[in-house]
Design a protein around this ligand. Structure first.
Ligand code: GLA
Length: 383
């Protein structure tokens, strides 16, 4: 469906009939939040919602792009000074530039894209946009890069063209996703392992607060700075420590007087989250969703009270899940809005949803959007 929409928009706007079509997904993350840029583990999976783009080379040195869902057009060159102003177009420009910087001979192209991954809801719509063009351009120009290099180019796009000092999780999940599997990724070594994920008797539900997060203008980059400040303090005594995920509580107590209380709380959250991810990786193999769920609640507590990236609406949804006896629930992604991820027992589903709708409406005058997601494949060409 999205494939046909993208093809006909490309034909209508730029007269192209010989398009290739690519898709890249958004992601969920079971556990391991804000750990990626701290050299820790994450546990994401690609989802059945993402961005679909039709694209054909135009033989010029310019890009003409049409954002179908926004009904907006942009045209720009491929040099640094040609950066477009529309934020969606900056992702396409940014990924093209990052691939050029790495040596890919990217030339002009025409493209139209559409998406069904909600924007600003914490499901990584921006990583899906970067990944779909990273994958497509690599394939259309000389295919020299592997998926890891493409993920790094996507991350660099966020850093250099969109102002977000993000980690690698979202782009990695969007490119390496595998249907029915989550990915346990070590963000320091980039080693990864697929974990089949079929939570029998449960449903994987995202509840969207409908509070839009704005990572760049939010405290995301500040949190990263706090973490780096802690590492710098630890390094005065332990030169070999490069990432917060390798710091221990003993090291933290040594430097407690040299860092702020806020920095201490952030570090405590990261150390505890690292332990939780390990517990979840064991519990998943035993199909022990009670432990998985318990860890998710603990993560939410840490994100809300220690790392301080939650908001009232996310906390309310988390409390409602707990009150209903839902197995696991927590805010997902960068925070400050977006979704909670919930592992809900089949038998509780109807009660949970109706209770959330009533209570959330009473408190905020709206009902959360509900997304049921399926763990799916990563970036690919649609033939
Ligand atoms: C955003 C970033 C990721 C990661 C998460 C929090 O999604 O893009 O790199 O840091 O927040 O886990």
């Amino acid at each position: 469906m999205n494939k046909e929409i993208a093809i006909s928009a490309l034909a209508a706007h730029y007269g192209a009939t010989d398009a290739k079509v690519f898709a890249a997904p958004g992601r969920i993350n079971l556990i391991g939040e804000h750990t990626d840029y701290n050299g820790g583990y994450v546990f994401p999976g690609a989802i059945d919602k993402g961005i679909t783009a039709a694209i054909r080379l135009n033989g010029s040195d310019r890009i003409r792009a049409f954002a179908i869902d926004l009904n907006e057009h942009a045209e720009f060159g491929l040099q640094e000074e040609d950066a477009p102003t529309q934020s969606w177009a900056r992702y396409i420009f940014g990924i093209s530039r990052e691939l050029i910087k790495r040596g890919l001979p990217v030339g002009g192209f025409d493209t139209a894209f559409t998406g069904d991954v909600p924007l600003g809801a914490g499901m990584s719509s921006s990583a899906a946009l970067e990944s779909v063009y990273a994958f497509a351009l690599n394939q259309l120009f000389d295919g020299r890069f592997d998926k890891l290099e493409l993920a790094k180019a996507g991350q660099a796009t966020e850093h250099n063209y969109c102002g977000v000092k993000c980690g690698i999780m979202d782009q990695f999940a969007s490119l390496f996703g595998k249907a029915g599997n989550l990915i346990l990724l070590n963000c320091q070594t980039m080693e990864y392992r697929y974990y089949p994920f079929h939570p029998e008797g449960h449903r994987l539900i995202l509840l969207d607060t409908q509070v839009k997060h704005e990572l760049a203008s939010s405290a995301y980059n500040e949190r990263r700075q706090s973490c780096e400040a802690v590492v710098a303090a630890v390094q005065k005594r332990h030169k070999d420590i490069a990432f917060l995920s390798d710091v221990t509580f003993d090291m933290m107590y040594e430097i407690q007087d040299e860092i702020s209380a806020e920095e201490f709380r952030c570090a405590r959250y990261i150390i505890e989250e690292t332990e939780r991810i390990m517990k979840v990786s064991v519990a998943l193999e035993l199909n022990d969703y009670e432990t998985v769920g318990q860890m998710m609640y603990e993560t939410h507590y840490g994100l809300s009270h220690l790392y301080e990236v939650s908001c009232r609406e996310l906390d309310s949804l988390n409390n409602m899940a707990k009150a209903c006896g839902v197995a696991g629930s927590r805010l997902m992604g960068g925070g400050f809005g977006g979704c909670t991820i919930n592992i809900v027992q089949e038998s509780l589903y109807d009660t949970f949803i109706s209770s959330v709708n009533t209570r959330y409406f009473r408190q905020y005058g709206k009902i959360p959007k509900i997304y049921e997601v399926v763990i799916s494949d990563g970036a690919r060409e649609l033939c």
